[in-house]
Every structure is written in structure tokens, then in C-alpha cells.
Design a protein around this ligand. Sequence first.
Ligand code: UDP
Length: 241
Amino acid sequence: MEKSALVYEGKAKKLFQTDQSNVLWVEYLDQATALNGAKKDAIHGKGALNNQITSLIFQWLNEEGMTSHFIKSISKHEQLVESVEIIPLEIVVRNVAAGSFTKRFGIPEGTLLAFPIVEFYYKDDALDDPFINDEHIRLLKLATGKEINDIKHLAFRLNQLLCRLFADIDIQLVDFKIEVGRNKNGKILLADEITPDTCRLWDRQTKDHLDKDIYRRDLGDLIPIYQEVLQRLENYLAKEQ
Ligand code: UDP
């Protein structure tokens, strides 16, 4: 497989074309951002950790029957994925109140929600990724009513699987963000990444943050924390085989 033209450069990843039209080459970058890019730092080793974490999770999900755009990891910081048309939505699932949810509804951080909820944000940096509902999504023609239902179904099923995986490594899955895309057959596929950048992960015993809040809230060095998450996943998945 050959890497060719750069097709997209995001805050934490670069995407390249390959010699196969439906396959993209993803390079995870040593970069952390927060506050919609206003806070930005180079963090050596972060790209490799995130690539390894998301690759393990996507592989495990595949074995559990949830397919995604993930094809395979090709180096510590690179992977191949199926090219999909990304739907410009950030889809957030919450199990416990944290972050923007606590501010919006005045509910203290750490409050267990009576049931998991899904929220949509319109992925548009210029508009600061506003909160958006099903009607807005249909009105702006970002997705059809059927696709919105499919996305919610996918998000809740993924939440069940991820809660189980993380509970088994003594981590509470507080919330997470995913992105989805349409493949060439129009099927909605899980895409992007599942990493401590995109999830809130709390140690079940100590309630310590094992995620990007370390960086957002200046709580210390992010690298040993991400290493800890990778280590727990590796140990657990090695035992499962
Ligand atoms: N999140 C993300 N990218 C974003 C915004 C949020 O990956 O641009 C993730 C975040 O890590 C958390 C969840 O989505 O796991 C919910 O984030 P929230 O809405 O609470 O926003 P935040 O407090 O991170 O601004």
C-alpha cells in the first residue's frame, strides 16, 4: 500500500490517499488541543499512544460484531481505514454528568444519569460546534430521519459495549464523542477514533481522570496517563485470547 496526497489535516490526525480509492492512510499526530484549538501543544508520544489505543478498541469492537471504518494498524502511529463520507456531527453519549453537560444544566460533575443520553453537535469550528437537535439536522440536510435513528442506535449499542470493556479494566466510561460516515453503499459506519482524547475515563476506585481532562484542566503530564489506559487494555485483551 502506497501513501499519496494529503486529503485532510485535523487537530490530531493527518489523512492521506492511497493507491486504493476506498482506503485512507491515517497518521496520528503528537499534538493536543483544547478550547476549540485555542490551547495547543506538541506532546511527544501522544500520536502513537492514541493510534494503539483506538486500534485495539476498534479491533475488539469488530470481534463483538460492531464494524467500523478501521482496517488495520500499520505502525505505532499509523493505520488504514475505509474512506467514508463523514457526517458533520459530533455525537456525544453520556453516562455521568461532566464537562459541558454540568455547565448547561447545573448538575454536579459525577452525578450518575438515570439512563444514557445521546447529544448532537454540529461540527463547524467557525460556529463553535453548536448543540443541535434532530429537526435541525434534517433541516440542514446533514442526515435523514432514518440515518439519525441509525446513528442513535449505533451510539447506544456502542455505549453498552464500551461500558463493559472499560468496566473490565476498572474504568468508568463517563462520556464520549464519536463521528460516523456513509460508506460507498450508504451504510452508516463508526469512524474517527475512540481514545482518551474523545472519552472521559475515570478510574473506578480513585475517580482519577485517565483522559484529556488532564490536559484541558492542567492536571499534569498526559503521557503516563494514556500509557496506563493502553497498558490496561493490552493486559485485558491478551488475557481474553
Ligand atoms: N469531545 C470531543 N471533542 C470535542 C468535544 C467533546 O472528543 O470537540 C468529547 C469529550 O472528550 C468528552 C465528550 O465529548 O468525552 C463530552 O464533551 P463535553 O460536551 O462535555 O465538552 P467539553 O467539556 O469537553 O468541552
